[in-house]
Design a binder for this molecule. Structure first.
Ligand SMILES: Nc1ncnc2c1ncn2[C@@H]1O[C@H](COP(=O)(O)OP(=O)(O)O)[C@@H](O)[C@H]1O
Ligand SMILES: [Mg+2]
Length: 332
């Protein structure tokens, strides 16, 4: 992994040997406690091309803070998994059975991946994800109404595949009731997201939700919400002129590490070259700026521990009780 670092600001691995049920995601370290709680630690890892490119100082704190902002402002729309925030990089959540469908909502004809509506539209497709798209649309144009473009959740590093509502039901991925509920939740969450983003001078162009079911089969919002990693934000002020001129909308431009890597190697196969320090710092600044623009609050990196990992251990030990996490792994 290219995140080996001696940078004392960075949280790259979040190894908590005292906690059970570890699952290392691309970005987050997850621990399933025996009582049904899931401890989700957002690291600073930056993922693209299904791998880890780098670690970006404070990224985990930024993503956790932005998710928190949105979980708090959408709790009236649908239940979410949050129990507590014991540390700026940690969510303690209810462990859910994650539904095998990622609910992507798009308000604009945009995107770069193989499953994005823009990619498919440019290829001439008009019937996508069970929706008919009009002819003559231009890149980054607003859709007549937001559409849900579900993809299969790629468990175990598989690839996301586009789905249609009919396909979801006939494959038995969701029950009709579940599909109806997650669709209604997703559109309502997205409408709230667009509304609050607009107050901050932003367009929420698209996003992805993950839902799960609790022990009673109730559908609950999981994972993260409206973060720059799961969403595309544009600056509202410059959108009309740039769209009219056929230019790309202004966004939180955090993709330059990704672009830099893609220019220098086959990012799916080759070793990742060492990324220049100034690119890492610029990316960190963009994430901090995203936090401030989205939430309207100043970003205050929590440097209260010798390292973020030491701080996470300390905060989790205090929250869970020392029997569960030792604040000092050397002396358990
Ligand atoms: N409340 C929850 N219960 C169970 N699993 C969850 C919950 N919230 C998120 N998850 C899962 O935890 C993982 C979060 O870590 P992440 O780095 O995003 O992993 P991944 O590489 O699988 O996307 C994801 O697989 C996500 O689906
Ligand atoms: Mg994920």
């Amino acid at each position: 992994m290219s995140t080996e670092t001696t940078d004392p600001r960075i949280l790259a691995d979040a190894d908590l040997p005292d906690l059970p049920g570890r699952y290392s995601g691309k970005v987050r370290e997850n621990y399933d406690l025996s009582d049904g709680r899931r401890v989700i630690v957002a690291t600073d890892r930056l993922s693209a091309f299904d791998r880890i490119l780098a670690a970006i100082p404070w990224k985990g704190q930024v993503l956790t803070g932005i998710s928190r902002f949105w979980f708090e402002r959408t709790a009236d729309i649908c239940p979410n998994h949050v129990i507590a925030y014991p540390d700026p990089c940690v969510v303690v959540a209810r462990r859910l059975a994650i539904l095998p469908v990622e609910i992507v909502v798009r308000g604009y004809l945009a995107g770069t991946t193989g499953t994005s509506v823009l990619t498919l539209y440019r290829r001439g497709e008009r019937a996508m994800y069970g929706t008919r798209f009009p002819d003559g649309m231009r890149d980054n144009e607003r859709l007549p109404a937001p559409v849900i473009t579900p993809t299969s959740k790629a468990f175990d590093a598989g690839h996301d595949e586009p789905l249609t509502p009919d396909g979801i039901l006939s494959a038995g991925l969701l029950t009709p009731d579940q599909w109806e509920t997650v669709s209604a939740y997703a559109l309502a969450l997205f409408a709230r997201g667009q509304e609050l983003a607009a107050e901050r001078g932003l367009i929420l162009a698209d996003t992805k939700y993950e839902f799960g079911t609790d022990g009673d089969g109730r559908i609950v919002l999981a994972d993260e919400i409206h973060t720059p990693d799961s969403s595309r934000y544009w600056r509202a002020e410059t959108y009309p002129a740039r769209f009219a001129a056929g230019e790309r909308p202004e966004s939180f431009d955090k993709d330059f590490v990704r672009d830099w890597v893609a220019k220098r190697c086959d990012p799916y196969r080759d070793p990742i070259p060492t990324i220049p320090a100034d690119l890492i710092e610029q990316t960190s600044a963009v994430y901090a700026q995203a936090f401030e623009t989205i939430t309207g609050e100043p970003f205050r990196p929590d440097a209260s521990g010798p390292t973020p990992l030491a701080r996470v251990r300390r905060n989790l030990a205090a929250y869970l009780g020392r029997g569960e996490v030792s604040p000092d792994p050397e002396r358990p």
